[in-house]
Design a protein around this ligand. Structure first.
Ligand code: DON
Length: 311
């Protein structure tokens, strides 16, 4: 009788199957509105899955560094929630899917709040709500929070940061609009500098799988055992990821992949299956909503194959 297959081999071989199936998918384009991102190798593709026992299963380019970009937003939102509380944060930023692109200038009529913490405008506000006596201290706390979620010390890509700063006028315009509307009270220049820095933090597909697993695990990093945040905060973060994390693709995403998730324009995509695992995907070619084409397809195939839809 053949030896029984180990679960780890089954999971890894399924990740390999999905990887092989999608490696020939060359749809989409690499982001170039931040010039430094345009040089990414479009062929790179990594899939990592981190179980709540801390085991990480990997296929493809899972150790390649890329900047976290908007995939930082849920984790910084967790810090703002822990610092200020749910009500204080949502006095300043809404909790509604916008149906608009990530860089939309549309603010809520009447309140002047950005629609949610996952679009750029909302993320700029949540970044400003992180406690710190100086911009250095505020960013230090953000980097420590991202690192605790990943289970290792992360660092900033200075070249991408410079590129973000040079090409970030739309984000500055959003910040000035929000200052005018009263939803952003912190100074624009230092808030944007902190936001650009958080977007320029380098991660791998493996890192974001661990970050997603930490959310799925109620705030305890399953690799390091460290409690990063509370189960209640994770519930709030995953709810906002489910409804708003994929911007104007959020509804279709939930229909097809059924998991809380967040995309980033460098090609990262993090998803959390509550009580089950975290998924980290990376491939630089993006669809019209700014999400990795292969990442979206891989997540949908995994979710369908294993019946992972949370709803
Ligand atoms: O602020 C920006 O435009 C970028 N630093 C991040 C945007 C992003 O990742 C959108 N998500 N797909």
């Amino acid at each position: 009788m053949a030896a029984p297959e180990k679960l780890s081999d089954i999971v890894t071989s399924f990740l390999d199957i999905v990887h092989d199936r999608l490696i020939s998918d060359r749809r989409g384009t690499v982001a170039d509105y931040i010039p430094q991102l345009a040089g990414a190798d479009p062929e790179q593709f990594g899939i990592a899955l981190c179980g709540l026992n801390g085991r990480v299963y990997e296929s493809g380019d899972t150790g390649v560094d890329f900047t976290i970009q908007s995939a930082s937003k849920p984790f910084v939102y967790s810090l703002a929630l822990d610092d200020q509380g749910l009500d204080a944060v949502h006095d300043r930023v809404g909790a509604e899917p916008s149906g608009e692109a990530f860089n939309s200038v549309k603010l809520e009529a009447g309140t002047g709040r950005p629609p949610n913490p996952m679009v750029n405008a909302g993320a700029i506000v949540t970044t400003s709500l992180v406690t710190g006596r100086s911009p250095e201290e505020r960013f230090g706390r953000i980097l420590a929070r991202l690192s605790a979620f990943a289970g290792r010390d992360l660092r900033v890509d200075e070249a991408v940061l410079a590129s973000e700063q040079e090409s970030g006028d739309r984000n500055r315009a959003l910040a000035y609009l929000m200052r005018g509307a009263g939803s952003l009270t912190a100074p624009v220049a230092e808030t944007l500098d902190t936001y650009f820095r958080q977007c320029s933090v380098l991660v791998t597909a493996r890192d974001i799988a661990v970050m997603g697993a930490t959310l799925a695990n109620g705030g305890v990093n399953p690799v390091t055992g460290e409690r990063v945040t509370s189960a209640e905060t994770c519930q709030h973060v995953m709810t906002i990821m489910a409804t708003c994390g994929m911007y104007d693709y959020a509804g279709e995403w939930l229909l097809r992949a059924g998991l809380p998730a967040k995309s980033g324009v460098a090609g990262g995509l993090v998803a959390s299956s509550p009580g089950e695992f975290g998924l980290g995907l990376f491939s630089p070619r993006l669809d019209a909503s700014g999400a990795s084409v292969r990442g979206v397809a891989a997540a949908q195939q995994l979710a369908t194959r294993f019946g992972l839809h949370v709803l």
